[in-house]
Design a protein around this ligand. Structure first.
Ligand code: NAD
Length: 372
């Protein structure tokens, strides 16, 4: 491996995953030529295809490859073929949750970006978002009710069952995700809205007091506000741009970030980064980078999926795990130029003739020539 090569694992997954990954690697290779780095990636099976070939959604060989890499570029996993498996063995639960755990991927960063030229893609009225949408959701990803113990179903033997999930947070977990929100806000509008349910939940009372103290101590330059999650869900649909950085715990973030995805239009445009607790060999956060959408079984195999979310996820990988901000900027600018210039896949075409995955990626490659 030469000094300027980027070592990452490529896990395309199922459905449209391999289709959009393929063209993304071409875009990355071209950016590498322009910015003087080489790609040193290895592909491995994950999700449904891994169940079919190896009997498990996250084979040990795939995990080993990820451990030997500085980042993971992930497609998406799942599909109707595997929906009859027991829930614990299904691709998303059996691949993504263990990956999050193995690499302590505690910080999920989802840009909610809708170009002003694409406001038709949003279910919100265009007059509410004349300049599009530009917010970021920071979600805690390894704590809270998804991981707390006990988590079990007990047969009470009288015809009743009882199920328990446990919501738990520690001060240190709250502080480390607060720091990610602060770093994100410092690079943007310097405003953070912390979302909780402190009128009902103990974990939220702790969350609010830790966040308040931490910001007072570490981030006097950032404007902090608090909002209950039910109000935040309404405000996102009413006026999303009132937020700069939306910051919350695991389950609230799961729901709010999906709502944000809907108001931002097509899932085909939305990227995400999940950063780990450990740094990679370059001293940058190890991360997993993936589109916000799933495997889109309704269009898989047709070569018509929008590759932009996967391409933008690769840009996030360059930015966070490799510190290549200029290269990341160039990709983001090229995607914007291609899409606003009128090259659109069906999900964002709105009356324009729709192009296929390959043509969309070609337009991004072409825009790259002038972006650099
Ligand atoms: P989905 O995101 O796959 O699809 C929802 C809609 O968005 C579909 O109409 C689809 O065609 C469209 N869409 C999504 N990405 C697109 C793209 N790049 N270009 C154009 N259109 C796109 O959600 P779903 O239908 O609820 O789930 C399908 C499968 O994906 C399920 O098995 C689910 O478990 C899985 N899934 C995986 C992940 C992941 O791997 N992180 C996330 C969500 C869903």
């Amino acid at each position: 491996m030469s000094d300027n090569s980027l070592k990452f694992a490529v896990l395309p997954g199922d459905g449209i995953g391999p289709e959009v990954m393929d063209v993304t690697l071409s875009v990355l290779a071209r950016v590498g030529e322009k910015f003087g780095f080489q790609l040193d990636f290895t592909c491995a099976d994950v999700g449904g295809i891994a169940i079919d070939r190896h009997g498990t959604a996250l084979p040990e060989s795939t995990l080993q490859l990820c451990r030997a890499s500085d980042a993971i570029l992930f497609g998406s996993v799942g599909g109707p073929q595997w929906e009859s498996l027991p829930p614990k063995e299904q691709p998303e639960r059996a691949a993504l949750l263990p990956l999050r755990k193995a690499f302590s991927l505690f910080a999920n960063i989802r840009p909610g970006l809708l170009y002003s030229e694409l406001t038709d893609a949003s279910p919100l009225k265009s007059e509410r978002i004349p300049d599009g949408i530009d917010i970021v959701c920071i979600r805690e990803l390894t704590g809270g009710i998804y991981f707390g113990q006990p988590k079990e179903t007990t047969d009470l033997g009288n015809g009743e069952k009882r199920a328990v999930d446990t919501m738990v947070y520690h001060t240190s977990e709250i502080e480390r995700i607060a720091q990610v929100a602060i770093d994100t806000a410092r690079a943007r509008g310097k405003r953070v809205c912390s979302v909780d349910k402190a009128n009902v939940l103990e974990t939220s009372v702790l969350w609010r007091s830790v966040v308040t103290e931490y910001f007072k101590r570490e981030a006097a330059d950032i404007e902090l506000s608090h909002m209950y999650v039910d109000n935040a869900a309404m405000q996102l649909a009413r006026d999303p741009n009132q937020f700069d950085v939306l910051f919350t715990e695991n389950m609230f973030g799961d729901i709010l970030s999906d709502e944000m995805g809907v108001i931002c239009g097509s899932l085909g445009m939305l990227a995400s980064a999940s950063l780990g607790a450990q740094n990679n060999r370059l001293g940058k956060p190890f991360g997993l980078y993936e589109p916000s959408g799933g495997t889109a079984p309704d269009i898989a195999g047709q070569g018509i999926a929008n590759p932009c979310a996967q391409i933008l996820s690769a840009a996030l990988m360059l930015r966070y795990s490799f510190g290549l901000n200029d290269a990341a900027d160039a990709i983001e600018k090229a995607v914007r130029t291609a899409v606003t210039g009128g090259t659109r896949t069906a999900d964002i075409a709105f009356g324009l003739p729709a192009v296929n995955t390959a043509a969309m990626a070609d337009a991004v490659l072409q825009a790259l020539e002038s972006a650099v």
